[in-house]
Design a protein around this ligand. Structure first.
Ligand code: KG4
Ligand code: ZN
Length: 339
């Protein structure tokens, strides 16, 4: 079965074809057209510009993915599209286009929850861990710990009470005059930095709850930056390393706490922040010591992509779950409402 996935929830236009087979499946072709250069000069995503870019980019991108896979529409068995959460205009472009294509080519269309796509993404590059597993979902808009008991059966164990982890990377980067998106910029700068130079807080790390809070950390970065008389390259690198270490300490600490509390030995990390090299290394090391196995998508499948959307739809279709008869794009869509 060949499933064509479409993702337009934020600032990446993406299309991919997932071929599911009896014993798994693989990606036949995938493409991502990033709008980062367009939004970078505004310091963040401008929703109206994002929608317009999706509109012009999506149709040729789908053509080129079909070409790469050497398939035509008659070989596509189903379409999958991100229906939320995300920017309303951006979602409407993708879902309207997908509805029209599904109608013209007379194939089913599965609406997919963007965060479900992220949390199942390790299945793109290997096998999903056995159920139940814990997922740390960390993106630009979300930071949450989820217990996964089956496809579609998600229990949120904790979430951020203010900023998301990616948002903390992005806002801290701005304070250091680095371009949007801040995560990759901070990660690169941190490579030559000393993480011990600025003792930043690890908010809620020692609290028993599984919630996160990152706005206080961002404020601490702001005061630390203001208190500096000179911001030379080494100081910027040290600050970047200190921010990265503070965020990752909290994410790793809380993830392991969730595994311990739920008595679960498999941990998945997903979402854009999961592409962070330091986070991946730290988690590997700490989880190994606690005899917990960590499953992570390749870095390029942590950030927004369409293969994860096609894959999430494939999991449902393979289990005989048919698309709902009526659905709308949902800019806000709690994961727990999926079941
Ligand atoms: O999942 P994603 O691509 O889009 C959303 O659904 O939000 O996540 C984007 C977020 C941004 O905040 C970005 O700064 C962060 O992921 N990010 C990173 C890295 N790559 C992307 N954060 C830290 N280190 C990275 N290497
Ligand atoms: Zn995302």
């Amino acid at each position: 079965m060949n499933i064509l996935g479409i993702e337009t929830s934020c600032d990446e236009t993406a299309a991919a074809i997932w071929q599911s087979t009896a014993n798994g499946g693989h990606i036949l072709a995938e493409k991502i057209a990033s709008q980062i250069d367009i939004h970078a000069r505004f310091g963040g995503v401008v929703p109206e510009i994002a929608s317009r870019e999706h509109l012009t980019t999506l149709p040729p991108l789908v053509d080129s993915v079909l070409q790469d896979a050497q398939l035509d529409w008659s070989a596509i068995d189903a379409l999958a599209v991100t229906a939320g959460p995300g920017l309303m205009g951006a979602l409407l472009v993708g879902t309207a286009w997908a509805r029209a294509a599904a109608c013209v080519h007379k194939i089913p269309l599965m609406p997919v929850h963007h965060m479900e796509g992220h949390l199942l993404a390790p299945g793109l590059d290997g096998e999903l861990p056995p159920f139940p597993f814990i997922t740390l979902l960390v993106s630009g808009g979300h930071s949450m710990l989820v217990r996964v008991d089956a496809i579609g059966c998600y229990t949120q164990l904790g979430q951020t009470i203010d900023d998301a982890a990616g948002e903390c990377f992005d806002k801290s980067a701005r304070l250091l005059d680095m371009p949007y998106p801040g995560g990759p910029a901070i990660a690169q700068l941190a490579e030559t930095g000393n993480a011990a130079r600025f003792p930043l807080p690890r908010p809620m790390l020692n609290k028993d709850k599984l919630n996160f809070s990152f706005s206080g950390l961002k404020t601490a970065v702001m005061y630390a930056v203001r208190g500096l008389s000179d911001m030379d390259d080494q100081t910027r690198a040290d600050m970047a390393a200190s921010v990265e270490a503070a965020i990752c300490d909290v994410l790793v600490g809380k993830s392991l706490r969730a595994c311990r509390r739920e008595h679960i030995k498999h941990l998945v990390i997903a979402g854009g922040v999961a592409a962070n090299g330091y986070l991946r290394r730290l988690l590997d090391e700490k989880a190994n010591a606690a005899h917990i196995s960590v499953h992570m998508p390749r870095p390029e499948h942590c950030t927004d992509n369409a293969a994860m959307i096609a894959f999430a739809a494939a999991q449902r279709l393979q289990r005989g779950i048919t698309p709902p008869e009526a659905w709308d794009a949902r800019p806000r869509w709690p994961l727990a409402e999926l079941a």
